[in-house]
Write a protein that binds this ligand. Sequence first.
Ligand code: GRG
Length: 296
Amino acid sequence: MNFKEELEKRTCRAEQVIRKYLPAEEGFSKNLIKAMNYSMEAGGKRLRPVFLGEMYHIFGGQEELAEPFMAAIEMIHTHSLIHDDLPAIDNDEYRRGKKTTHIVFGESAAILAGDALLNYAYETALKGFSLAKNSREMERTAKALQILAEKTGIRGMLGGQSVDVENDGRPLKRELLDYIYVNKTSALIEASLMAGAVLAGAEELKEIETMGRYIGLAFQIQDDILDVTGDQEELGKSVGSDEKNHKTTYVTLEGMEKAGQEVERLTGEALELLSGFPGDKEFLRELFLFLCTRRK
Ligand code: GRG
């Protein structure tokens, strides 16, 4: 398998699916919709929809049931980026290689665009019900929606982000940092992997959730590393943001060397779990390994 080619193929497909579900820029609220689409169309790795689509295929899904969920998870993720970049939170100027939404559209428009994307994500995922061909697929769609909502909410991404913001600038113990990472970052990655699998009828949800937790943690620690060692041009977003915001990160707490080792260890744990699932897992395996050494 040529991993780079396969990644390109899947990213392009995710891109097409996302664009298919973006709202049309028309009507009196078209400025709001333009602000929503600005960040959605700015690029990004499309990692969460790729995870979702891949798990759907690994567990035997063959049709388009996963598509609205692929678009929805990217909308939720993009909402979090728009809000995270706001002056009240990280106050960042660049994201996905472009000026951030609040810089281009103004702060109030960026707040509303983030809110509107979060809501539009659920409007989009609900379209799964009209694609479901039988009661079994209806049930799977409902379960995937439940996963999406729970992993985004107070016991998931938003819960993690709130603890992160509350503790901004304070020294943190490892236990609290782990709580923040597992929720603010792993939760959406868990949701991508679990929702894709559940739409295809998978039952191994506990194991998939744990695999997502490991990959999410590894991803976030690598993000901490890149905030120190990365290149703004390559990353497409501001670097040094953690230092600017006096954030405790895995790197400040444990040091650069240990952070790198932890990324490798967590990726290894995730690969171990992946090997226990059915289907063709070669691409996902390569993707996990690729993320472990990513530079953007
Ligand atoms: C709701 C304000 C709010 C925040 C939720 C997800 C999140 C918490 C904040 C976004 C910023 C951040 C550092 C999140 C941690 C996860 C992470 C490293 C996100 C960046 O994801 P990538 O690298 O981004 O997949 P692209 O642009 O490639 O999609």
